[in-house]
Write a protein that binds this ligand. Structure first.
Ligand SMILES: [Zn+2]
Ligand SMILES: [Zn+2]
Length: 330
């Protein structure tokens, strides 16, 4: 059994729960902690059963409630290393630092990480399973190198640091990993963030893919999301609405660029030309509230899917910004 519950989707906040019968993860935490918890309960997802949070990229509509939620639930957060660094930088007040000092700090961080990895390897070899010694928690060296107790979520130091997390795990795009019985393949997406990723989750032969926030559909994304049973796909804007809409020219250019967002037309092109037709559900997400209309996005996708809709499922659903989508169970 696998389940996808989209809690929110759009430029004001993104978050989706993916679960198997044994494991439950949250992809992105782009609403306030309070709102995320409220929506989980509303959708019938138990927040206390969450095992981890995965982050696609550091834009605020994907991380707004992250630190508070992770601390409250005391669960690890999975990032790529560049995304984690960008997120920490975003939250850390700017300090002036000489180049020499910066190099020094980089070296210190590298050393600390190597030492932590060595320690973890030693523990693994000796069979000690000690979750407190996670190798990839650079928080401790990033800000307060001498405060080892910062892993205790409730210390005043932890509260003072807006980027403090109970535990950080790193993954790399293109390298699969597992959380509980969920197999996860992160893949690179073209978007203007440090190291943005989409994900494919798999459990007992069921595959669920998430691909939003991408300027176009490159071959690696098409390949990654192939054979999905549920496909959450961006359908951000209608080209004409964007062109004639309220955004300033520079923002329009950004949205339209190769590192912006997928239009209804681009999504339709993927669905008609490249999509294998095998999904039970196609969820359209990250719809712009200014430059799109849900029914326009739906119509565009349904036309592209054409007669495959009745043959093999391919039910088109619309993820909403304001309310959770009915859980999709397969
Ligand atoms: Zn976004
Ligand atoms: Zn983004």
């Amino acid at each position: 059994m696998m389940r996808m519950t989209v809690l929110a989707s759009g430029s004001k906040g993104n978050s989706t729960v993916i679960s198997s019968s044994r494991t439950r993860v949250l992809v992105d935490a782009g609403l306030s902690c309070r709102e995320l918890l409220r929506r989980m309960v509303l959708a019938g997802e138990d927040p206390s059963a969450l095992d981890a949070i995965l982050i696609t990229h550091e834009h605020i509509d994907h991380v707004a409630g992250l630190a508070v939620l992770a601390r409250k639930l005391r669960i690890p957060v999975f990032f790529t290393e560049p995304t984690h660094r960008a997120w920490v930088r975003m939250l850390t007040p700017r300090t002036t630092m000489s180049y020499a000092k910066w190099l020094d700090r980089l070296a210190q961080e590298k050393e600390a990480r190597a030492a932590a990895i060595a320690l973890e390897t030693a523990n693994q070899l000796s069979g000690i399973d000690e979750p407190a010694l996670r190798s990839d928690d650079p928080n401790a060296v990033l800000e307060l190198p001498d405060e080892a107790e910062r892993c205790e979520a409730e210390t005043p130091a932890a509260k003072a640091d807006p980027a403090f997390l109970p535990a950080v795990e790193y993954f790399r795009a293109g390298t699969s990993f597992s959380i509980g019985d969920l197999d996860i393949m992160p893949f690179t997406i073209p978007h203007d963030a440090a190291d943005p990723c989409g994900f494919v989750f798999e459990n007992e032969g069921v595959r669920m893919a998430l691909a939003t926030d991408l300027g176009y559909m490159p071959p690696n994304v098409k390949q990654a999301i192939a054979r999905s049973d549920v496909l959450l796909l961006e359908s951000n804007h209608d080209l004409e609405m964007l062109r004639d809409g309220p955004y300033p020219w520079s923002v329009k250019q950004r949205v339209l660029s190769r590192v912006g967002h997928l239009s209804n037309a681009a999504t339709a092109e993927y669905l008609s030309r490249d999509y294998d037709g095998g999904a039970a559900f196609i969820v359209l997400g990250h719809l712009s509230e200014s430059n799109n209309v849900p029914e326009l996005a739906r119509l565009s996708a349904e036309q592209a899917i054409g007669d495959r809709m009745t043959l093999l499922g391919n039910k088109v659903l619309l993820a909403s910004q304001s309310v959770p989508l009915e859980p999709i169970c397969l």
